[in-house]
Structures are given as structure tokens and as C-alpha cells.
Ligand binder design. Sequence first.
Ligand SMILES: NC(=O)c1ccc[n+]([C@@H]2O[C@H](COP(=O)([O-])OP(=O)(O)OC[C@H]3O[C@@H](n4cnc5c(N)ncnc54)[C@H](O)[C@@H]3O)[C@@H](O)[C@H]2O)c1
Ligand SMILES: [Fe+2]
Length: 431
Amino acid sequence: MVLVDTVTRAGESLVVCRRPEPAAAHPSTTAPGTGHVQAETGTPRLAKFHVPEIVFGPGSLPEAAHAAVRLGARRPMLVTDEGLLAAGWPQQLARHLTEAGLRPVVWSGVTPNPKDHEIAAGHECYRAERCDVLVAVGGGSVIDAAKGVALLAGNGGLITDFEGVDRMVAPIPPMVMVPATSGTGADVSQFCIVTDTERNTKITILGRALVPDVSVVDPNLLTTMPDWLNAATGLDALTHGIEAYVSRAHNPLTDHHALQAISLVGLHLERTMDHPLERQSRVHMAQAALEAGLAFTNAILGAAHAMSHQVGGLLDLPHGVINGILLPHVVRFNAEPDPARFVPIAQALGFRGASDGRWSDALATDAAEWAACEVRRLADELGVPKGLGEIGVTEGDVAQLATMTMADACLSTNPREATRGEIETLFRQAL
Ligand SMILES: NC(=O)c1ccc[n+]([C@@H]2O[C@H](COP(=O)([O-])OP(=O)(O)OC[C@H]3O[C@@H](n4cnc5c(N)ncnc54)[C@H](O)[C@@H]3O)[C@@H](O)[C@H]2O)c1
Ligand SMILES: [Fe+2]
């Protein structure tokens, strides 16, 4: 859903242009009995909410086969990668598809931060095998690769031709997504993020048509994630929640999902690290990733993602780890002129400040700083490096990274206007 003061259209998508809100502190309240922080926001003028059909629950994997049948599949292409094959989930799903009377083709040529040429190879397979529906089981990389194949199946051309908003014109095949990580929200989002190997950057493709038809969220799949991936994707979900909440395109419905996601990550991510096989905390993290996805696909993101995409394109590193390093710096930058919006975020993470519900500017500043420190504390607990320098970024990369950040679609909804110089400073602070 997008709520806007003024409507700007780009094809089928509404490009959000909600005016930044005044600097006065937003009152926030805690809903009685729920512990969920709710924020009060202005009156919406126009509402549009993009969301797939969602099937959620432990053991729901076979539902993906039924969904493919409902969507008219005969020869579904099952997109996955080598890591998932080693965990065994695609084999299970292929069996369910076969038992449902379908003839699946398994394609596993995706690597993390999926590359433009991998999408082209996947499309070639789709055409050669005369497939009709995309089914994906994997993390964000696999899901984005499946979206890319669907896009090319409908429109032809090169995946890099579609960078930006609503560049595709023809319909694309139906998509059923099964996320295997608790982070990206790609299974519900209108984003497809692909590495442009010529420019060494990750391009953002955005469009209503990229929202999958069905998302089947089975938290059991999360139990085979290695710890580093659990940490990285959990931080990605947290970044989605925080950036969506403060986005210029936020609205009451996205706020609800964003705060719920932030709270769930704060409460359960560390527990999944200590008790990886405990079902309930996995269910909570699956829900966190889902709700963060619902929030950001409709509210879009901000500077942390705009910057992260450039580092991920340059160094092929885990997306969530880069976000975890950048996020505290971006929170401080965004909160400096207007900390009020960060009060509910801090509360969702456990900050107990104004017991009388009155938030002075000074207290709101404290809350925002506390939230930034809490994100860093969590990152430390999860073993995330302190700075980008530790993962290979150098001073010599900063200028180029900043230039490319300025062109990233996610920057347009960051709550604070950022100059190229300010982005450079943020990169240096995060080194
Ligand atoms: N489209 C969107 O809306 C969106 C949003 C955020 C991030 N992303 C993109 O998603 C990608 C990151 O995805 P990710 O963090 O989910 O990881 P990933 O898909 O890159 O997977 C990383 C590795 O973990 C393995 N793996 C994944 N799930 C596993 C499981 N359950 N058990 C065992 N191994 C498993 C994979 O095989 C792979 O080797 C980035 O390219 C990022 O840009 C997309
Ligand atoms: Fe992300």
C-alpha cells in the first residue's frame, strides 16, 4: 500500500512522494495488553497495498505444489541453488510437485548476489524446457533470480535493461516463492535485485508485476541455515523494518508491519542463534521477515540499502552483514534533524523512556541514539564486523560507492535528503 499526499505514477507503480513530516515529536503509545508499539500518523489520502497470497506455518512446503497447480502449471521451473540442494529442500519440493501431477525442471545455477548472466542462463533453460510457472525455494538470491527469469520470459532482452521502476511492459509468468532465510522479504516484495557484472553494482528493478502470486513461508526451512546466514538475514529484516518505518512513503499499515517486525527481531533473533532447532523462535523470525517485507515493499527503503547495494555489488558479500554495519550510522544521520520518528523504533526494541508518554526533543534524541547503539549491540552479539574496512572496503572505494549510491532507487525515500558529500561521510564513518 502506498499513501501519498501527491500521486506520482510510473507505469503500474505509484512512486511515492509523501512530504516529509514536520519535526515535532510524534506521540507514540503502547496498545494495551499487546506490548506492540503503535505510532500515530496523519490522515491517509490514497491507499494501495501490494501483497501476494500468503501461506504461513511449519510444514507448509507442500502447499507450494498446490499453489503451482492452481496457477495452471504443467511444467514448472523450480529455481534453487547448490546450498539449498545440499540442505535437501528442493528435492522435497520437487517430489511434492511431481505428486501433484506436474513435471518440474530443477535449475540451480544461482549464486549469492545473483548475477546478470545467471539470469540469462536461467531464462534460456526456461525457454528450452518450455516451462510455464516459476517456483523458487531459497534465499533472496534465488527468489530474485526467479523473478528475473520471469521478467525475461515475458519481456525478452537483458535483465540490466529493466533497472528502475516499471520498465517491463508485457505480462510475466506466475510465481510461487518459498523463502529459506528469515530476512529478505523478496517472496512478497516488488523488488528484484541483480548484480550488474559490467558495472560491479547491484541494480534495483522495481514493479508491481514483480510481486509474486503466492508466498509459502515454512519456518522449518530456516533450521538448516548456517549461523552466519541467520545473523545476516535477521539484520536485513531489522533494516527493512527500520527503513520502512522512517521512509518518506510510510503509512499506518506499513508502520504496523514495520514495528511488529522490529519488535520480533529484537525479541527472537538472538534466541535462534542459541537454540537453532527451537521451532517457536524460528516461527517468530519467519514472521518478522514476512512483516518487514510487507512494510518495505510498500514503503520502500532508505540510505542503508542504497549504500549497501553498492558495497554488495563491489565485493559480493552477504547483504545483511553490510546492512548491519551501515544501519547504526544511517540511523544517527536520519535522526539528527528529526529524532521523533525513532522513538517507536527504540520502544519496539525495548527502550523504556518517558513513562508519562511525553517525549521531549532531548528524550527523543536519547531514544534514537539508544536505537542506534542497540542495533550495534545486536550486530556485535551476532559476530558482525565493526566496520566496512574489515570486510574489504577501502578509503579508495568511498568516492565511487557514494556516486553510485546517489543513483540508487532506495535513496529517494530516505527521510533525510542526503548530498553526495554526506553519503561519502557516512561511508567513512562506517569504515
Ligand atoms: N528482492 C528483494 O526484495 C530483496 C530484499 C532484500 C535483499 N534481497 C537480496 O537477497 C540476496 C540475499 O539473500 P539471502 O540473504 O536470503 O541469502 P542468499 O539467497 O544469498 O543465500 C546465501 C547462501 O545461503 C544458502 N542458504 C539459503 N538458505 C538456506 C537454508 N535454509 N539452509 C541452508 N543454506 C541456505 C544459499 O544456498 C546460499 O549459498 C541479496 O542479493 C539481496 O540483495 C532482495
Ligand atoms: Fe535488504
